[in-house]
Ligand binder design. Sequence first.
Ligand SMILES: *Cc1c(COP(=O)(O)O)cnc(C)c1O
Length: 423
Amino acid sequence: MSHTYEAVKDFDQQDPLAMYRNEFYLPENRIYLDGNSLGLLSKRAEQSLLGMIEAWKEHGIDGWTTSVHPWFYLSEKLGNEMAPLVGADAGEVIVTGSTTVNLHQLAATFYEPNGKRTKILADELNFPSDIYALKSQLMLKGVDPESHLIQVKSDDGHTLNEDDIIRAMTDEIALIVLPGVLYRSGQILDMELLAKEACKRGIPIGFDLCHSIGSIPHSLTDWDVDFAFWCNYKHLNGGPGATAGLYVNKRHFGKLPGLAGWFSSNKEKQFDMEHEFTHADDAGAYQIGTPNIFSLAPLIGSLSMFKEIGMEKIRAKSLKLTGYLMELIQEELNGHGFILRNPIDDEKRGGHIFLEHPEAARICKALKADGVIPDFRAQNGIRLAPVALYNTFEEVWKTVQILKAIMNEEKYKQFENKRGVVA
Ligand SMILES: *Cc1c(COP(=O)(O)O)cnc(C)c1O
């Protein structure tokens, strides 16, 4: 690959997804590389949100059943539109709740301590919210979270080894919850292998897909995963706090939700207002209460793009972007003390790269001051996510040039090496 500026322009000219960049509101004079934390607003998402406000204005209560996107069925409808992104069949996905609430729901449903099987298996690199949720689920079942949450260790502090995880699937484990893509190093776990091994041992297994949905393809149903959950504000560009998603394999349909509410009901029965609960016979049963319609609405527009393009093309461009970024970092930033902590192989690398540097916090501040929006992760990590739908190869090239100047001129020394409130 030639790295002259002209060659970069060629990549962009040959990019089959180039036209989608115009569909987004891009921050002016900024290079946005934080789409794995909060995806940008697209014009389609804006239109679908504004349309929903109009529907409320026009229909009032009747919006539940008579608007363009009847609110009463919207979570199910969007669930079916999202299903191809995780490789699910009809009825297996519902758009509801938040990541953490959905994990609570699924752990309350699938964690059934019995005899010797009382422990939950997770990993030591997992996102804190997932760990807090699992510990509180253990406490709710009356078991000691310290001795009953088993966290598989990482050898290098950045990645996990599937063999270590499989070895930890003992006959004391009642539930397994792992990430699909690790939020820091971007490592993709072999979900198919892990699901197969869990299934052999009769342990239900679920995945947190926050960093993998919209970034890599999945085949949850073919892999026979039991359940999954994710947020829709990262790669899916659903907006801050967008309503999240969950997947339940259809062989579990009919399993009582651990946390029931009237939206867990069979939709025909819900408004009968009976105190005898008739739950939905698909993933809809794991909803709880009234959906946040305005937090669902942007997904109508956003998902239409994913449907149009398909995950294969998005993944192909994403790999090319991160591959090019890694190559440039190795060539241009040599000797500046950066270590790439994400997996290098295409098969193991998610949608972002993770650079480690002792001065990471203030390098991020210097990047922001010079127009690049990265994502700082304590203690010393810089996540860079060039997103297939709206970032360009030119932006990747410029980012590395800017980073090189920051290091050569020691511009980061103007800033304190401390993190901000959010990133
Ligand atoms: C972003 C993220 C979350 C966020 O959970 P919320 O309930 O949406 O706040 C959880 N888990 C992982 C792995 C994440 O990356």
